[in-house]
Write a protein that binds this ligand. Sequence first.
Ligand SMILES: NC(=O)c1ccc[n+]([C@@H]2O[C@H](COP(=O)([O-])OP(=O)(O)OC[C@H]3O[C@@H](n4cnc5c(N)ncnc54)[C@H](OP(=O)(O)O)[C@@H]3O)[C@@H](O)[C@H]2O)c1
Length: 246
Amino acid sequence: MTQLSNQTAIITGASSGIGEAIAHRLADQGANVVLAARRSERLQELSADIEKQYGTKAKVVETDVTNKEEVENLVKEAYDSFGSVDIFVNNAGVMLLSFLKNDHVEEWEQMVDVNIKGVLYGIHAALPTMLEQGSGHMINVSSVAGHEVFPSSTVYSATKYAVKALSMGMEKELASTNVRVTNISPGAVDTELTDHITDDDVLEMFKDRSMTPLNAEDIAAAVTYAVTQPKNVNVNEVIVRPLNQS
Ligand SMILES: NC(=O)c1ccc[n+]([C@@H]2O[C@H](COP(=O)([O-])OP(=O)(O)OC[C@H]3O[C@@H](n4cnc5c(N)ncnc54)[C@H](OP(=O)(O)O)[C@@H]3O)[C@@H](O)[C@H]2O)c1
Protein backbone atom coordinates (compact mmCIF):
# COMPACT_ATOMS: atom_id res chain seq x y z
CA MET A 1 0.00 0.00 0.00
CA THR A 2 1.42 3.39 -0.97
CA GLN A 3 1.34 6.43 1.32
CA LEU A 4 -1.60 8.24 -0.32
CA SER A 5 -3.83 5.22 -1.08
CA ASN A 6 -7.54 6.09 -0.99
CA GLN A 7 -6.79 9.81 -0.83
CA THR A 8 -8.22 12.33 -3.28
CA ALA A 9 -5.97 15.11 -4.56
CA ILE A 10 -7.25 18.02 -6.64
CA ILE A 11 -4.60 19.87 -8.64
CA THR A 12 -5.33 23.16 -10.41
CA GLY A 13 -3.13 24.10 -13.36
CA ALA A 14 -2.51 20.40 -14.04
CA SER A 15 -2.31 20.80 -17.84
CA SER A 16 1.42 21.63 -17.83
CA GLY A 17 4.58 22.26 -15.85
CA ILE A 18 4.53 22.01 -12.08
CA GLY A 19 0.86 20.97 -11.80
CA GLU A 20 1.32 18.11 -14.26
CA ALA A 21 4.41 16.90 -12.35
CA ILE A 22 2.54 17.09 -9.02
CA ALA A 23 -0.31 15.02 -10.48
CA HIS A 24 2.17 12.31 -11.53
CA ARG A 25 3.92 12.24 -8.15
CA LEU A 26 0.74 12.12 -6.07
CA ALA A 27 -0.72 9.39 -8.29
CA ASP A 28 2.54 7.48 -7.96
CA GLN A 29 1.99 7.62 -4.18
CA GLY A 30 -1.46 6.06 -4.69
CA ALA A 31 -3.77 9.10 -4.69
CA ASN A 32 -6.74 9.41 -7.01
CA VAL A 33 -6.17 12.74 -8.76
CA VAL A 34 -8.59 15.31 -10.08
CA LEU A 35 -7.03 17.35 -12.84
CA ALA A 36 -8.18 20.95 -13.38
CA ALA A 37 -7.25 23.59 -15.98
CA ARG A 38 -8.78 25.13 -19.12
CA ARG A 39 -7.00 22.99 -21.76
CA SER A 40 -9.04 19.83 -21.32
CA GLU A 41 -7.45 17.90 -24.20
CA ARG A 42 -4.10 18.08 -22.39
CA LEU A 43 -5.79 16.96 -19.17
CA GLN A 44 -7.36 13.99 -20.98
CA GLU A 45 -3.93 12.87 -22.21
CA LEU A 46 -2.47 13.25 -18.72
CA SER A 47 -5.37 11.33 -17.20
CA ALA A 48 -4.82 8.42 -19.59
CA ASP A 49 -1.06 8.40 -18.85
CA ILE A 50 -1.60 8.43 -15.09
CA GLU A 51 -4.22 5.67 -15.07
CA LYS A 52 -1.95 3.51 -17.24
CA GLN A 53 1.26 4.17 -15.27
CA TYR A 54 0.05 4.05 -11.66
CA GLY A 55 -3.31 2.26 -11.74
CA THR A 56 -5.03 5.05 -9.79
CA LYS A 57 -8.02 7.06 -11.04
CA ALA A 58 -7.45 10.41 -12.76
CA LYS A 59 -10.56 12.50 -13.35
CA VAL A 60 -10.62 15.55 -15.61
CA VAL A 61 -12.69 18.59 -14.68
CA GLU A 62 -12.22 21.48 -17.12
CA THR A 63 -11.99 24.53 -14.87
CA ASP A 64 -11.21 28.22 -15.21
CA VAL A 65 -10.08 29.17 -11.70
CA THR A 66 -11.24 32.76 -12.21
CA ASN A 67 -14.82 31.45 -12.25
CA LYS A 68 -16.09 30.76 -8.72
CA GLU A 69 -18.90 28.42 -9.85
CA GLU A 70 -16.45 26.33 -11.90
CA VAL A 71 -14.14 25.90 -8.89
CA GLU A 72 -17.14 24.97 -6.71
CA ASN A 73 -18.10 22.41 -9.37
CA LEU A 74 -14.52 21.05 -9.41
CA VAL A 75 -14.66 20.21 -5.71
CA LYS A 76 -18.19 18.80 -5.98
CA GLU A 77 -17.17 16.51 -8.88
CA ALA A 78 -14.14 15.31 -6.91
CA TYR A 79 -16.20 14.61 -3.79
CA ASP A 80 -19.02 12.91 -5.70
CA SER A 81 -16.53 10.67 -7.52
CA PHE A 82 -14.23 9.70 -4.64
CA GLY A 83 -16.04 10.57 -1.39
CA SER A 84 -13.39 12.89 0.11
CA VAL A 85 -11.17 15.87 -0.65
CA ASP A 86 -7.85 15.21 1.09
CA ILE A 87 -5.39 17.41 -0.81
CA PHE A 88 -6.11 20.59 -2.77
CA VAL A 89 -3.19 22.06 -4.69
CA ASN A 90 -3.78 25.72 -5.56
CA ASN A 91 -1.20 25.72 -8.36
CA ALA A 92 -2.76 27.48 -11.40
CA GLY A 93 -0.97 30.75 -12.05
CA VAL A 94 0.28 33.22 -14.63
CA MET A 95 3.48 35.29 -14.58
CA LEU A 96 3.04 38.17 -16.99
CA LEU A 97 6.17 40.09 -16.04
CA SER A 98 6.22 43.71 -17.18
CA PHE A 99 7.64 47.04 -16.12
CA LEU A 100 5.10 49.35 -14.48
CA LYS A 101 6.04 52.18 -16.89
CA ASN A 102 4.80 50.01 -19.79
CA ASP A 103 1.31 49.94 -18.24
CA HIS A 104 0.14 46.36 -19.00
CA VAL A 105 -2.99 46.92 -16.97
CA GLU A 106 -5.02 44.04 -18.48
CA GLU A 107 -2.18 41.64 -17.57
CA TRP A 108 -2.12 43.01 -14.00
CA GLU A 109 -5.84 42.27 -13.81
CA GLN A 110 -5.34 38.76 -15.18
CA MET A 111 -2.66 38.00 -12.58
CA VAL A 112 -4.90 39.27 -9.77
CA ASP A 113 -7.79 37.17 -11.11
CA VAL A 114 -5.85 33.90 -11.54
CA ASN A 115 -3.16 34.12 -8.84
CA ILE A 116 -5.20 35.68 -6.02
CA LYS A 117 -8.90 35.23 -6.75
CA GLY A 118 -8.29 31.74 -8.16
CA VAL A 119 -6.59 30.70 -4.91
CA LEU A 120 -9.38 32.26 -2.85
CA TYR A 121 -11.98 30.33 -4.86
CA GLY A 122 -10.01 27.13 -4.19
CA ILE A 123 -10.07 27.85 -0.45
CA HIS A 124 -13.77 28.77 -0.61
CA ALA A 125 -14.66 25.57 -2.46
CA ALA A 126 -12.48 23.01 -0.64
CA LEU A 127 -12.04 24.19 2.94
CA PRO A 128 -15.62 23.56 4.18
CA THR A 129 -15.37 19.91 3.09
CA MET A 130 -11.98 19.51 4.80
CA LEU A 131 -13.30 21.07 8.02
CA GLU A 132 -16.34 18.79 7.92
CA GLN A 133 -14.11 15.74 7.32
CA GLY A 134 -11.80 16.84 10.15
CA SER A 135 -8.80 16.44 7.84
CA GLY A 136 -7.25 17.83 4.69
CA HIS A 137 -4.18 19.53 3.27
CA MET A 138 -4.18 22.80 1.32
CA ILE A 139 -1.06 23.45 -0.76
CA ASN A 140 -0.68 26.99 -2.09
CA VAL A 141 1.93 27.58 -4.79
CA SER A 142 3.51 30.99 -4.20
CA SER A 143 7.00 31.80 -5.49
CA VAL A 144 10.40 33.14 -4.52
CA ALA A 145 8.77 36.27 -6.01
CA GLY A 146 6.40 36.07 -3.04
CA HIS A 147 9.39 36.71 -0.76
CA GLU A 148 11.27 39.32 -2.77
CA VAL A 149 10.59 41.76 -5.61
CA PHE A 150 12.75 42.36 -8.66
CA PRO A 151 12.33 44.84 -11.54
CA SER A 152 9.36 43.73 -13.71
CA SER A 153 8.00 41.33 -11.06
CA THR A 154 6.20 44.07 -9.10
CA VAL A 155 2.61 43.03 -9.83
CA TYR A 156 3.39 39.29 -10.08
CA SER A 157 5.19 39.55 -6.73
CA ALA A 158 2.22 41.40 -5.24
CA THR A 159 0.00 38.44 -6.17
CA LYS A 160 2.48 35.90 -4.81
CA TYR A 161 2.96 37.89 -1.56
CA ALA A 162 -0.84 37.67 -1.31
CA VAL A 163 -0.68 33.86 -1.67
CA LYS A 164 1.97 33.77 1.06
CA ALA A 165 -0.24 35.94 3.32
CA LEU A 166 -3.22 33.65 2.69
CA SER A 167 -1.11 30.62 3.62
CA MET A 168 0.14 32.28 6.81
CA GLY A 169 -3.38 33.26 7.85
CA MET A 170 -4.72 29.79 7.09
CA GLU A 171 -1.93 28.18 9.13
CA LYS A 172 -2.92 30.25 12.15
CA GLU A 173 -6.70 30.09 11.76
CA LEU A 174 -6.66 26.35 11.12
CA ALA A 175 -4.09 25.41 13.77
CA SER A 176 -6.74 23.84 16.01
CA THR A 177 -8.26 21.79 13.17
CA ASN A 178 -6.69 18.83 11.42
CA VAL A 179 -6.35 20.81 8.19
CA ARG A 180 -2.72 21.31 7.24
CA VAL A 181 -1.39 24.17 5.09
CA THR A 182 1.77 24.34 3.02
CA ASN A 183 3.06 27.34 1.10
CA ILE A 184 5.45 26.24 -1.65
CA SER A 185 7.77 28.88 -3.11
CA PRO A 186 9.67 27.76 -6.20
CA GLY A 187 12.55 29.68 -7.74
CA ALA A 188 13.03 29.44 -11.52
CA VAL A 189 11.54 26.23 -12.96
CA ASP A 190 11.65 25.14 -16.60
CA THR A 191 7.96 25.30 -17.66
CA GLU A 192 5.72 27.22 -20.07
CA LEU A 193 5.28 30.05 -17.54
CA THR A 194 7.50 32.60 -19.31
CA ASP A 195 6.01 31.85 -22.77
CA HIS A 196 3.16 34.31 -22.14
CA ILE A 197 5.29 37.38 -21.32
CA THR A 198 4.60 40.20 -23.80
CA ASP A 199 6.67 43.11 -22.46
CA ASP A 200 9.52 43.65 -24.97
CA ASP A 201 11.75 45.20 -22.29
CA VAL A 202 11.42 42.07 -20.15
CA LEU A 203 12.08 39.78 -23.12
CA GLU A 204 15.19 41.84 -23.91
CA MET A 205 16.35 41.62 -20.28
CA PHE A 206 15.84 37.84 -20.26
CA LYS A 207 18.11 37.40 -23.33
CA ASP A 208 21.17 38.02 -21.17
CA ARG A 209 20.15 35.69 -18.35
CA SER A 210 22.11 32.53 -17.93
CA MET A 211 20.73 30.23 -15.28
CA THR A 212 19.94 26.55 -15.08
CA PRO A 213 16.37 26.31 -13.81
CA LEU A 214 14.85 23.52 -11.74
CA ASN A 215 12.63 20.83 -13.28
CA ALA A 216 8.92 20.70 -12.44
CA GLU A 217 9.59 17.33 -10.77
CA ASP A 218 11.79 19.09 -8.18
CA ILE A 219 8.75 21.06 -6.98
CA ALA A 220 6.50 17.99 -7.15
CA ALA A 221 8.98 16.24 -4.85
CA ALA A 222 8.62 19.08 -2.31
CA VAL A 223 4.81 18.78 -2.44
CA THR A 224 5.05 15.01 -1.98
CA TYR A 225 7.35 15.51 1.02
CA ALA A 226 4.82 17.87 2.65
CA VAL A 227 1.77 15.63 2.13
CA THR A 228 3.45 12.40 3.23
CA GLN A 229 4.62 13.57 6.67
CA PRO A 230 2.95 12.12 9.78
CA LYS A 231 -0.51 13.68 10.34
CA ASN A 232 0.71 15.82 13.26
CA VAL A 233 3.43 17.44 11.15
CA ASN A 234 2.48 20.69 9.39
CA VAL A 235 5.11 21.66 6.82
CA ASN A 236 4.19 25.33 6.49
CA GLU A 237 6.77 26.75 4.12
CA VAL A 238 9.06 25.24 1.51
CA ILE A 239 11.37 27.39 -0.63
CA VAL A 240 13.12 25.58 -3.48
CA ARG A 241 15.67 27.46 -5.59
CA PRO A 242 18.09 26.25 -8.23
CA LEU A 243 21.57 26.19 -6.75
CA ASN A 244 22.79 29.02 -8.96
CA GLN A 245 19.88 31.44 -8.23
CA SER A 246 20.45 33.87 -5.35
N1 LIG B 1 8.02 28.13 -13.43
C1 LIG B 1 8.54 28.89 -12.47
O1 LIG B 1 9.68 29.35 -12.56
C2 LIG B 1 7.73 29.19 -11.23
C3 LIG B 1 8.38 29.80 -10.15
C4 LIG B 1 7.65 30.11 -9.02
C5 LIG B 1 6.30 29.84 -8.97
N2 LIG B 1 5.68 29.27 -10.04
C6 LIG B 1 4.23 29.04 -9.95
O2 LIG B 1 3.94 27.71 -10.25
C7 LIG B 1 2.60 27.60 -10.72
C8 LIG B 1 2.56 26.70 -11.95
O3 LIG B 1 3.27 27.36 -12.98
P1 LIG B 1 4.20 26.58 -14.04
O4 LIG B 1 5.58 27.09 -13.86
O5 LIG B 1 3.93 25.13 -14.01
O6 LIG B 1 3.67 27.23 -15.41
P2 LIG B 1 2.79 26.64 -16.62
O7 LIG B 1 3.43 25.45 -17.20
O8 LIG B 1 2.53 27.82 -17.50
O9 LIG B 1 1.46 26.18 -15.88
C9 LIG B 1 0.47 27.10 -15.48
C10 LIG B 1 -0.81 26.32 -15.28
O10 LIG B 1 -1.81 27.24 -14.80
C11 LIG B 1 -2.99 27.00 -15.55
N3 LIG B 1 -3.84 28.19 -15.62
C12 LIG B 1 -3.51 29.44 -16.04
N4 LIG B 1 -4.62 30.22 -16.01
C13 LIG B 1 -5.63 29.44 -15.56
C14 LIG B 1 -7.02 29.68 -15.34
N5 LIG B 1 -7.59 30.87 -15.55
N6 LIG B 1 -7.77 28.64 -14.90
C15 LIG B 1 -7.23 27.41 -14.68
N7 LIG B 1 -5.93 27.15 -14.88
C16 LIG B 1 -5.16 28.16 -15.32
C17 LIG B 1 -2.52 26.55 -16.92
O11 LIG B 1 -3.54 25.74 -17.54
P3 LIG B 1 -4.50 26.17 -18.77
O12 LIG B 1 -3.77 27.19 -19.56
O13 LIG B 1 -4.75 24.88 -19.47
O14 LIG B 1 -5.74 26.70 -18.08
C18 LIG B 1 -1.33 25.68 -16.55
O15 LIG B 1 -1.74 24.38 -16.29
C19 LIG B 1 2.12 29.03 -10.94
O16 LIG B 1 1.30 29.43 -9.86
C20 LIG B 1 3.40 29.82 -10.95
O17 LIG B 1 3.22 31.17 -10.57
C21 LIG B 1 6.35 28.93 -11.15
